[in-house]
Write a protein of this length. Structure first.
Lengths: 134, 134
DNA sequence: CCTACTGTCATAGTAACATATGACAGTAGG
DNA sequence: CCTACTGTCATATGTTACTATGACAGTAGG
């Protein structure tokens, strides 16, 4: 698992890490129960501070993506966020709406947009299958 | 046009305004050429600072959503963002990916997700039609 | 011209983010 | 037990993002 930090991205570093771990989990690159890189080595590899990685992991734990045990490490949960369904639905709708608004504003028509969504779904499904082969 | 600010949303106030104006533009609630609320009255109505509104409008102008004339006001452009197509595509893909990852992570399957996307497209198309009637 | 509106700029204070460092606590293996 | 690994906490520091305040500049109409 290789992570990548962009300092001039405008987005907070710790949130970049959160997103990438979530993506790795969603695409199957990281599997349930699997251990994440430990804080100190990962911080060194990414050239960022221990506390920044710790903050990202802490955020991921509060989102229910990982579980962390003092002295042992952090591990992917077997899936299923801790959010109530209604809350999750609202979050998902908000995400979808943002993409839909962006498409509208860029004059992307319905068919093109649905095609793009299909493409991206395929893209992640492909990564998921690949990661389960070897 | 009524805007709504949530101070405990975690998201910067000026970006909340940007999103809402973009949504209003995308859904047709605001039409090309139409004047936006002027900075000071809007700031007062929303109980936020004039400069916060000004910053939102400035951001919207740099995104090509509105045009603003000193002493006259700010107006919706007749559409078409100033971004090059490739840049726009990357932005749109990033938006879509974020929604797709969220869906994956919430164990929402492909069909349900596509159904949701269709729903939200309908939702905005409906608002667009409604706003063009009267 | 003057007043009332428009947006704009300069400045300053507060909060968030990231880093750096040191100390502490639990776990595993020699 | 001791050492080396894990995560956690507290504190300090610098930078940047955000918000707030007041002064400035262009426009329109009486």
């Amino acid at each position: 698992m290789v992570f990548q930090i962009d300092f001039k991205a405008g987005k907070p570093v710790y949130l970049q890490l959160v997103d990438q771990v979530r993506r790795a989990a969603a695409s199957g690159v990281l599997r349930p129960g699997e251990a994440l890189p430990s804080i100190r080595p990962l911080a060194e590899a990414l050239r960022i501070n221990r506390n920044t990685v710790a903050k990202a992991y802490s955020e991921l734990e509060s989102q229910g993506v990982i579980e962390t045990v003092l002295g042992k490490g952090s591990f992917l949960t077997n899936g299923g966020s801790p959010f109530a369904k209604s809350v999750r639905d609202k979050l998902l709708i908000a995400e979808v709406d943002q993409a839909v608004v962006a498409a509208h504003h860029m004059n992307v028509d319905r068919e093109s947009f649905l095609a793009l969504v299909g493409e991206r779904l395929d893209h992640f499904e492909r990564k998921l299958v690949e990661s389960q082969k070897p």
